[in-house]
Design a protein around this ligand. Structure first.
Ligand SMILES: [Fe+2]
Length: 228
């Protein structure tokens, strides 16, 4: 098993690094809206943040080391398909990953990663595996990657205002309670808690479904008040 795929290998893969560089450049130079709000949805910071949370969720819930690593890899590459289009990027990310790995290295681990990536935006089904569920938690709880400069607030749409209002986001895994807690600090001078719900309800639903797969309750705290 010396050909086993590792996070380090993926993190240092020249092709994947090129995608991250290109996506950063592309969105900065061609998309005015992205420039305006300095959104960094597709860059490596989000990938690393999602990977860290996905790994931690499985670790604290007692999953095997290998499962933690597969989830970390999947979370790191889950959005690379955005280089083609946001539309259907879950599928394209998975296919790009398979192409990068090459069919001479296909094994169960590779397919587990591909399927976790391929279903991370699925609104209709539960994540297929705990590994896929941890990717969803890592992805959908990361709001801070879309950090927006306060100086730009005058011209923001509702979604961006909500993102700008999120001052701090914490994901806490509690094995005793079997809960995954999302703790958010919102600056209510920028947006109301109601606005937050309006914009992020679908994210919250993703997190709830993913938590179910992990046999956990999903809890949401905003400014220390419990909402879920
Ligand atoms: Fe995505």
């Amino acid at each position: 098993m010396d050909d086993m795929l590792t996070f380090e290998e993926i993190k240092n893969n020249a092709e994947i690094q090129m995608y991250f560089r290109y996506m950063g450049k592309y969105f900065e130079s061609t998309n005015e809206a992205f420039n305006l709000i300095k959104r960094k949805s597709y860059d490596e910071n989000h990938a690393l943040q999602a990977a860290e949370v996905a790994e931690r969720v499985l670790k604290y819930l007692g999953y095997k080391k290998r499962e933690q690593e597969l989830s970390k890899i999947a979370a790191y590459i889950h959005d690379i398909g955005n280089i083609i289009s946001k539309n259907g990027h879950d599928q394209s990310s998975a296919i790009m990953f398979l192409n990068i790995i090459g069919d001479d290295r296909y094994d169960e681990d590779v397919f587990t990663i591909a399927s976790a990536v391929g279903c991370h935006e699925d609104k209709t089904a539960e994540p297929a595996t705990p590994i896929a569920a941890a990717v969803v938690i890592g992805d959908k709880t990361d709001v801070s990657h879309e950090r927006i400069g306060r100086e730009d607030l005058y011209d923001l749409d509702k979604h961006s205002l909500v993102v700008a209002a999120c001052q701090k986001v914490n994901v806490i895994v509690n094995k005793e309670k079997m809960s995954i807690e999302l703790k958010i600090k919102i600056d209510s001078t920028i947006c109301s808690v109601m606005n937050y719900f309006e914009i992020f309800m679908s994210r919250i639903n993703y997190c709830r479904r993913a938590s179910n797969v992990l046999k956990c309750n999903f809890e949401l705290y905003i400014n220390d008040d419990k909402f879920l």
